[in-house]
Structures are given as C-alpha cells and as structure tokens.
Write a protein that binds this ligand. Structure first.
Ligand SMILES: [Mn+2]
Length: 308
C-alpha cells in the first residue's frame, strides 16, 4: 500500500488546515488510507479554531520524504512547497487561485476553481458523493469559508461558497456571532504579533523578471493600527525588501468591519504600480479601496501589468 500524505503549503492558514482534515476524512470514507501533515507553523487563526473546539493539532512534518504520494490543498504554486515537497509525488491538487503553476506538477490531477475558499471545493465532494461529514470537519470547513470570504463580504465570494456554508452549518451549528469572534481573534496584533503576522504570511512572486512580496492582514480596526504603528510597518517591509532583494513590497490590510482594503508602502515603484493596477491614490504611504480585495485577486492584476 502506498503512503499518501494530505498537506498544504508551508505555514498554512485555516483554509489549508481545514481542507487537510476534511479531505482526509473524505478519502478515508471512500476507502483511501492517508496521513495528514503540515509544514512550518500554522496561522494563528487556524490555531484559534483548533483551540476553540479542543481539536487536536495536525502532525508536523518537514517534507515528503516518508511518503510515496502527496495531495496538496489550497496551493498550486511552487512558492509554498518548493524544497519540502517532491513535485513528482504530487498526485492531486485542490486549489482556488487564478495564478497557479499546476503544470509544474506533472503527475497531479488538478482541480482549480475560482471559488472563495478551497474548503468549498472539499465540502462539495461530500455533498456530491452523499457522504456524511463529521461535526469536526464541518466546523473547520465552515470556519475556513467564513475566513476566506471575509464572512461572505469579500469580492471572491461565490454562490457555491454560500451553498457549502449553509450545508455545513446544519452540522456545525455555530453561533450567529461566530464570524465576529473569529475576526476579533485575529485582530490582536499587539507587540511582536504584528511582526510575526506580517512575516509569517508573506507571499513572494517572481513575475516578468520582477521579484515582489505581498503581506496581508485581515482584521477589525486597520485605521487604528496604521495610526499607532505605521512607522513600524514600513520598517518591517523595508527590512524584508532589502533582505530578499525585492523590487516591490507592500502590506495589504483588509478591514473586515469597514469592508475596505488598505495598501501600505513607502516604496515609490510599488506605489506607482498599485496606482496603475488598482486605480488608488496614495496619501504618503497609505492608499485604500472601498472593498475587500484579497491578495490572490491582486496578483493576477500585477502579473498582467508586469508582463506587458
Ligand atoms: Mn484558501
């Protein structure tokens, strides 16, 4: 029997973690043995959900060496797995990003659909095959859908996300204000948490000969954070830019309550690029747009501009 690993990118968020647990359950229920494992440190939000419901943490692994085959959830680019996962071992990819490198995974069956959350794609598998889902998986998947769609307010949200969430909540039975609890939990960026959140959830890209990184936070109270810690944010970004020899870097800060996305950078080239692709105006180091736009939606716009 081949050893099958279900995993996500290094430092997975709640969508990756939920997807790993739930898809593992799905596969077990259709008779496919598998092992779950995560690499790096899972996001604070994922930890919050696991702790909140007393769920065990996923096993931590370093790489794919002990496994024959790998399923990747919520990722399809090399950036999040390179050096840890042997690409030829990847047999399946389930993701929801427009920019992907699925062609680099030669042996993988690829499912990439532009819904708000990878967890929606996993939920649909249970619905389609009429397989009963555990309360644990339902809670995890629903948390991930709420998070990835910014409680269905983000412009990534589709009817499929809403339909999956409705199905899941019949089993998860989460309280009405759960979304708020979830958002408040990730809004605490006091002390070192700001630095750790920015560096822990940095996505890097190499497109059109340019190297750039985007940090993203999703919280309640972005304006307050900027007011108190703008200087610190700029310093963190510039340090990363120098260390990684980047052409561009910015922080995308989503305010979940105001439904607004702020962009923070003091790098002129970065500001000009953002002005061009998002039609925003910078006031010194800050610009904003009156909607929730996720990093995964900004990257295709950057790609289009940089490859012109
Ligand atoms: Mn996701």
């Amino acid at each position: 029997m081949e050893k099958l690993l279900i995993t996500s990118y290094v430092n997975a968020d709640i969508d990756g973690v939920a997807g790993i647990f739930a898809y593992s359950e799905f596969l077990e229920k259709i008779g496919v043995n598998n092992t779950i494992g995560v690499m790096g440190k899972i996001h604070d939000e994922a930890k919050y959900v696991l702790n909140r419901f007393n769920f065990e943490y996923p096993q931590i692994i370093l790489n794919s060496n002990d496994f024959d085959e790998v399923v990747l959830i919520d990722t399809s680019d090399l950036n999040g797995v390179e050096g840890n996962i042997e690409l030829a071992k990847v047999v399946e990819i389930i993701d929801h990003r427009k920019i992907y490198e699925a062609d680099k995974f030669l042996n993988a069956k690829v499912q990439i659909e532009l819904v708000g959350s990878a967890s929606t794609l996993i939920t649909e598998k249970f619905i389609e095959k009429n397989i009963e889902i555990s309360k644990k998986s339902a809670i995890l998947l629903l948390s991930a859908i709420i998070s990835n769609t910014s409680n269905f307010k983000g412009s990534v949200t589709t009817d499929r996300d809403r339909k999956s969430a409705k199905y899941l909540n019949k089993i998860a039975l989460l309280p009405d204000n759960y979304w708020k609890e979830l958002f408040e939990a990730k809004s605490d960026l006091s002390g070192d948490k700001l630095f750790n959140r920015i560096t822990g959830d940095l996505s890097s890209y190499f497109i059109g000969n340019k190297k750039f990184s985007i940090a993203q936070i999703e919280i309640i109270g972005v304006e307050q954070l900027i007011k108190e810690r703008e200087k610190e944010i700029i310093e963190i970004l510039n340090k990363i830019k120098e260390k990684d020899t980047l052409d561009f870097i910015f922080l995308s800060a989503i305010d979940l309550e105001k439904e607004r996305t702020y962009f923070i950078s003091n790098n002129e080239n970065t500001k000009n690029l953002l002005k061009k692709i998002l039609n925003v105006d910078f006031n010194e180091n800050i610009a904003f747009i009156n909607k929730i736009i996720m990093r995964k939606q900004i990257v295709p716009l950057l790609k289009e501009e940089l490859e012109k």
